[in-house]
Each structure stands twice: as structure tokens, then as C-alpha cells.
Design a protein around this ligand. Structure first.
Ligand SMILES: Cc1ncc(COP(=O)(O)O)c(C=O)c1O
Length: 439
């Protein structure tokens, strides 16, 4: 098939997510390796978003490919009620890798299912029915998780499931809890406690939060915020659930993002980087207290593909590669480089409002004037952002351009030289955005 046939048939016979089919312009992908992928016409892109912030070890790692092949030769499928060698090994590996008291894992096919099951576990464990989540969040597109999601993707899916209470996170879009980190933390925690009391603490099963918010802005929590949330959850018997589907597995420079903030949740969920998306796998990890509950009480959940051997073999090899090749350390070390490049761009380009990053989890926000008004409105685009997207595409840099921002989330195997090469391209492309700066 030639490129046009591939694109045309994909568009004609398959639906694309979050889009009206008529408007989609899919990149015809043919192959990928390391930080790069190539189109069917041979054009090379730097993958500056690791596809969906998920190909953490980089594309096409041979050790993972070999592990998948070896598992296919050994055992391709086992029912979820079976015990398998790979399930035993991965469970133990995750228990060793995850801070105590999280030592027990349930495997799903992706992030939304991991969050669905975390919600289920919290409700069964506490006997409570409501759940807190934040506005600047994305937790998945399943029936329940799109209701947990705070961002505008929830709107067309409403009314959705009941019992979800959304709260402002410490960095709402336009409202401010204060000017210093201490003030923001103190006020947003007081507000949170007020909401908990007003809703009736005894009715709230869980608080769902992305440890570092992903799509909605790469928001690192202010100092003390997560410890404060942990304390409130303990005080009111609420299960703290950290959604690390995007932030987990090396992205922030540690296995889990919560490790940066001196807290351990009761439940952590992960997907994406768990297999670097080579195969679809999600998981929830539960604390010993919750695990003990489900030793005596039924866990009322299941999936045909729960603990699928092929997916687990992929995760096992992916994690080994990540650890053996020092990729998490690399992400931590390159934060400095990413930070300095963001600072350099801000000093040079008037359209750059702010760059934020932790590890190799980053975003650059653009402004249209010195007052900091966004270069595209909330939940919308603008000619300036559209043109920037075209410029990135022409220069062979793939990333997500969303509202007034674009993502900086390369694979964790990227070298300093490659990272600087990507920023040199971004530097050139930002001239396009500067032309829309009104002063
Ligand atoms: C923080 C977060 N949670 C959950 C999900 C949903 O994961 P999945 O698309 O694998 O269902 C995503 C996906 O982007 C995510 O970023």
C-alpha cells in the first residue's frame, strides 16, 4: 500500500480518538527507534512527546522485543485465575521497586482500567461511595474515569457516574490561592478540608490525584501540598490514590513521582511507561492494609486479560532496561539541561511565558502579551498555535501542541546532545509564535 492508501483507509474504516474524523491528519508511521520515528515516506521525526508521554525507554528496544518473543514461545495466554512464572516474577519485582507499604498489584490493560479498579478497591475497602478529584486532571476515558477527569474532555460525557466531587488543585487556571508556595499550600489545603467536611468525610472513599499533573499543565505540587493531602486523608479515613499513569516509571527522574514529595499513597496506578507502551498494560498497587482487606473480602473486579503473560513479560523487560541502562538517572540528570534550555528560550522569545519541568516531564506555555494572556484561549486553539504546530512538523519535531502550550517529554534514553538539538529546533520555530506577540 502506498502512503495515501494507508491514510485514506485508516480514516475511512477506523475512528480516531478525541477527533471528528474528517479533520484528522494522521502521520503515516512506518518504523521507530530510540528517540526517532519515520514516516512511510522516510521523513524522520524526533519524538519529543514519547508518543503519548509513554514510550519511556525509547522506541524498539531489542531486549523488550526479545522478551516478548520469548514469552510468546513459552506461554501466550493464561486465564487470570492461573499462576504463571512471569506473574510471580513481575509481582515480586514491583513489590521490591515500590515503596512500602505498597506490595500487591492488580494488572489491567491500561490507565483508565487501572483507575477504574482503584476506585472500585477504595469503595469496597471503605464502604463509602463518593470520590474527590481535581479540575486540572485527566484520569481516562472509561465510563467512570472520564467522570473523575476534571478537564473539558469530561463535558460531552456528562452526566457520567455520580458521586464525583471536583476540587480546585493548587494551580487553578485563573484563580490564585496565594503568591508563595507556603501560602498556596496552606490555603488550598484549608479549602480541601472545608470541602471534605461539607461533603461529609464519612461519605468519601478516595481522593484521586495525578502526583504531577500531566496533560493539564505539568504541574509540580507546591511544597508541602502532598504531605498535607496525605495528612487529611489519614485524618478522615480517605484512600489517597496517586494516578501515575503519566508521571510514573521514570518520567520525573524517579520510579514514582510521589517519591519526590515524601509521601506514599494508599493506592498508586500506572500504565504507559510500565511497558513503554510496547504492549498495553496498566496496574494498581495497593497498600498492605488494603491488600489484607481483600484477603478476607472479595475483590469484585476482573478482566479477561488481567495479568496477561505477554504484557507482563513486556513490563518486566521494560523495567529491567530502564534500570540497567540508567534511564531514570538520565531523566533526573537532564532536568537541569531542560531547565536551562527553557530559561534560555524565555529570555530570548517574548512569546514564551513559562517553562516547567521535573525530570523529562516538561511543558512550555506561550503568551500573546506582556500581561501573560495565553496565546490561545482555554480549551481552544489559535492561528499562532496552529502555525507553531506546522513549524514543528516541517522541522521534524513531533510533540503535542495543546491550547497555549506544547509538551517537552522525550524518551528517557535521550542524550544531552539530542536534547539540545531538539531545543535548537524549538528555538527556531518559536520565531513563528513571536510574530503573534502583541507587546
Ligand atoms: C494521568 C493519566 N491517567 C489515566 C490515563 C488513561 O490511561 P489510558 O489511556 O491508558 O486508559 C492517562 C492517559 O493519558 C493519564 O495521562
Amino acid at each position: 500500500m502506498n502512503t495515501d492508501e494507508i491514510v485514506q483507509l485508516c480514516k475511512q474504516h477506523t475512528l480516531y480518538s478525541w477527533s471528528a474524523g474528517g479533520g484528522v491528519k494522521p502521520i503515516p508511521m512506518a518504523k521507530a527507534e530510540g528517540i526517532y520515528f519515520w514516516t512511510t515516506e522516510g521523513k524522520r521525526y524526533i519524538d519529543f512527546n514519547s508518543q503519548l508521554m509513554s514510550v519511556n525507554i525509547g522506541h524498539g528496544h531489542p531486549r523488550v522485543r526479545d522478551a516478548i518473543k520469548a514469552q510468546a514461545d513459552e506461554l501466550m495466554f493464561a486465564m487470570p485465575s492461573a499462576a504463571t512464572a512471569v506473574r510471580a516474577r513481575l509481582g515480586k519485582m514491583l513489590a521490591d521497586l515500590t515503596p512500602d507499604p505498597i506490595n500487591t498489584f492488580f494488572f489491567t490493560l491500561g490507565g483508565a482500567e487501572a483507575n477504574d479498579n482503584a476506585l472500585r478497591a477504595a469503595k469496597l475497602y471503605t464502604g463509602r461511595q463518593k470520590v474527590l478529584a481535581r479540575y486540572r486532571s485527566y484520569h481516562g476515558a472509561s465510563g467512570a474515569t472520564i467522570s473523575l477527569t476534571g478537564d473539558p474532555r469530561r463535558w460531552p460525557n456528562e452526566p457520567g457516574v455520580g458521586g464525583v466531587i471536583h476540587v480546585l488543585d493548587p494551580s487553578p487556571y485563573e484563580f490564585s490561592f496565594g503568591t508563595t508556595e507556603e501560602e498556596i499550600t496552606a490555603r488550598s489545603l484549608s479549602y480541601l478540608e472545608e470541602v471534605i467536611k461539607s461533603e461529609g468525610a464519612h461519605t468519601i472513599a478516595a481522593f484521586f490525584l495525578e502526583t504531577v499533573t500531566g496533560t493539564n499543565g505539568i504541574l509540580v505540587p507546591p511544597k508541602g501540598y502532598l504531605k498535607g493531602v496525605r495528612a487529611l486523608c489519614d485524618k478522615y479515613g480517605i484512600v489517597m490514590i496517586c494516578d501515575e499513569v503519566m508521571a510514573g516509571f521514570g518520567r520525573t527522574g524517579s520510579v514514582y513521582a510521589f517519591e519526590h514529595f515524601g509521601v506514599v499513597p494508599d493506592i498508586v496506578t500506572a500504565a504507559k511507561g510500565l511497558t513503554s507502551s510496547y504492549l498495553p498494560l496498566g496496574m494498581m498497587g495497593i497498600s498492605d492494609a488494603i491488600a489484607e482487606h481483600f484477603q478476607k473480602n472479595v475483590f469484585w473486579g476482573g478482566l479477561t486479560y488481567n495479568a496477561h503473560p505477554m504484557l507482563l513479560a513486556c513490563a518486566e523487560a521494560n523495567i529491567r532496561v530502564m534500570l540497567d541502562e540508567g534511564m531514570i538517572e538520565n531523566a533526573a540528570a537532564l532536568e537541569k539541561v531542560q531547565r536551562s534550555e527553557m530559561d534560555r528560550l524565555k529570555a530570548k522569545h517574548p512569546s514564551v511565558k513559562e517553562g516547567r519541568c521535573i525530570g523529562l516531564f516538561g511543558i512550555i506555555e506561550l503568551q500573546k502579551n506582556a500581561q501573560g494572556e495565553p496565546l490561545a484561549p482555554f480549551n481552544s486553539s489559535s492561528p499562532a498555535m496552529d502555525q507553531l504546530k506546522v513549524a514543528f512538523d516541517e522541522r521534524g519535531l513531533f510533540t503535542f501542541v495543546r491550547w497555549n502550550a506544547f509538551m517537552c517529554n522525550p524518551p528517557l534514553c535521550i542524550t544531552e546532545e539530542q536534547l539540545r538539538e531538539a531545543y535548537a529546533i524549538i528555538d527556531d520555530c518559536l520565531d513563528v509564535a513571536d510574530r503573534h506577540f502583541e507587546g
